[in-house]
Design a protein around this ligand. Structure first.
Ligand SMILES: Nc1ncnc2c1ncn2[C@@H]1O[C@H](COP(=O)(O)OP(=O)(O)OP(=O)(O)O)[C@@H](O)[C@H]1O
Ligand SMILES: Nc1ccn([C@H]2C[C@H](O)[C@@H](COP(=O)(O)O)O2)c(=O)n1
Length: 416
């Protein structure tokens, strides 16, 4: 309730707001002040246009409730607002302060209908949603708490003041333990908090509990194969299993398959915690199997972290956490492989393979196809992960040639 109270009292001046107005450029940053200030030219694009302007933010003490409310609002805004309404991702944050981000949306309504007001009115009835409106006066623009005409509410006028670009993109501030988990307990806690609303969480936690703790004996090498969808992971891992007489494992493991679709439909906090736990179950399997034979793993922590970071970070590749950031560090309690290979092909070749295969894709993979920015961010995040870093393999040649290339690498690095 503290944050909601803070928003209600209008004590927002220490916060910076970021609106992802155009994904190819920097967000528009502004802060608030009691004194009017002229808008910069860049901000005129957002605040100077005709139309009604609103922003809304979600607050709750429960992170599960907050994540679900955010996803529901996003869906509602997409399906109910007309084409004359632009909806942008917006966040409010304290620069460089971890976990200070409050996520929300900015709405620019150029229509002559009251559809956006009606939608906002319904959303505002939820105790976790705060709505602001924006008004212009010459060169100035101010924000105030929005109330539908039939409700009288005291409001504080705060002027929009253009702010400097943040050093760290706001979406990077909340990644730890919301999108990427760096120890099992943190991911475990998220599913524990969901057991009332997602009964399957109990079954997943039971499967995690059933895995005996495995400290890795100095067994056979463990080799992880990573890459975007359709880069040839399945083809290569199966060929390696044959040629090395190895055990082939996957993350998420087969025992989580019945729950995957359910968790894929949940907001990132819950979905990512599910995949994180999947890695720990796979780790337990690796620990056992590597005592008997070399182990090949199809996707592991690199996939979990790279997709999560690329989804969490809005806009351009430049917005990703900087190389060397602690966000790319391998979890200390997760079994480390001996070698991680990242299969890469050109976007054109990948699309050709996807089309030839003609299979269903997950929503995220479908997004990869249409969202070049997202694909670039996933690949870049893969390459920035450290300890162990991945070795890039050009997977465009024929399956036989890719296999030979990889066998050569395995011989050199793992002496197999
Ligand atoms: N080296 C290659 N050259 C040409 N085609 C290939 C090559 N490797 C795989 N393919 C073909 O590309 C398609 C995708 O390959 P595959 O299923 O192995 O990819 P994947 O990375 O496992 O995908 P996903 O992550 O979606 O499971 C398949 O039709 C496969 O036959
Ligand atoms: N260890 C893993 C494996 C997969 N994921 C997520 C990332 C993508 O959303 C999707 C890709 O998997 P595929 O469709 O190739 O089976 O699953 C993950 O986070 N961690």
């Amino acid at each position: 309730m503290l944050q909601r109270a803070m928003f209600r009292c209008g004590q927002l001046s220490s916060r910076v707001f970021a609106v992802e107005f155009d994904l190819r450029t920097q967000p528009l940053y502004f802060t608030l002040s009691s004194n009017p200030q002229e808008l910069h030219h860049a901000h005129q694009q957002l605040f100077g246009d005709d139309g009604k302007l609103f922003s809304l933010h979600v607050h709750s003490d429960s992170r599960i409730e907050k994540a679900q409310a955010h996803a529901e609002i996003k869906h509602k805004l997409c399906v109910t607002l007309s084409q004359d309404c632009d909806v942008f991702e917006a966040s409010s944050f304290i620069p460089d302060v971890k976990n200070s981000v409050v996520k929300g949306f900015f709405i620019r309504d150029k229509s002559t209908t009251t559809l956006s007001e009606d939608t906002l009115k319904t959303l505002q009835q939820s105790k976790s949603v705060c709505v602001f409106s924006y008004k212009r006066e010459g060169e100035y623009c101010w924000q105030e708490l929005w109330s539908p005409v039939d409700q009288v509410q005291e409001s504080v006028r705060q002027y929009i003041t253009p702010a400097a670009a943040a050093e760290h993109h706001p979406s990077t501030l909340n990644i730890r333990n919301s999108d990427v988990f760096y120890c099992m307990d943190e991911a475990y806690k998220v599913l524990q908090e969901c057991t009332d609303i997602i009964p399957e969480s109990k079954e997943v936690l039971k499967l995690v509990d059933e895995q005996l703790e495995t400290s890795r004996a100095d067994g056979f090498p463990v080799i992880v194969i990573e890459g975007l969808d359709a880069t040839g992971k399945t083809t290569l891992t199966e060929a390696l299993r044959e040629s090395l007489n190895a055990t082939l494992l996957k993350s998420p493991p087969q025992c989580l398959a019945p729950f995957r679709q359910r968790f894929d439909s949940e907001p990132p906090l819950i979905r990512r915690a599910f995949y994180a736990l999947g890695n720990y179950i796979t780790a337990a399997h690796i620990g056992k199997e590597s005592l008997r034979a070399p182990v090949i793993v199809d996707r592991y922590w690199h996939s979990t972290a790279a997709y999560a970071i690329a989804t969490a970070v809005g806009g351009r590749v430049e917005n990703l956490p900087k190389p060397g950031s602690e966000l790319y560090r391998w979890p200390e309690d997760l079994l480390q492989p001996n070698l991680v290979l990242l299969l890469t092909v050109s976007p054109e070749e990948r699309l050709r393979r996807l089309r030839d295969r003609g299979q269903d894709k997950t929503v995220e993979e479908a997004e990869l196809e249409i969202n070049q920015l997202f694909r670039l961010k996933v690949e870049e995040a893969y390459k920035r992960i450290q300890n162990p870093a991945c070795i890039i393999v050009d997977a465009s040649p024929s399956p036989q040639e890719v296999l030979q290339q990889v066998q050569h690498l395995i011989r050199n690095k793992c002496h197999l």
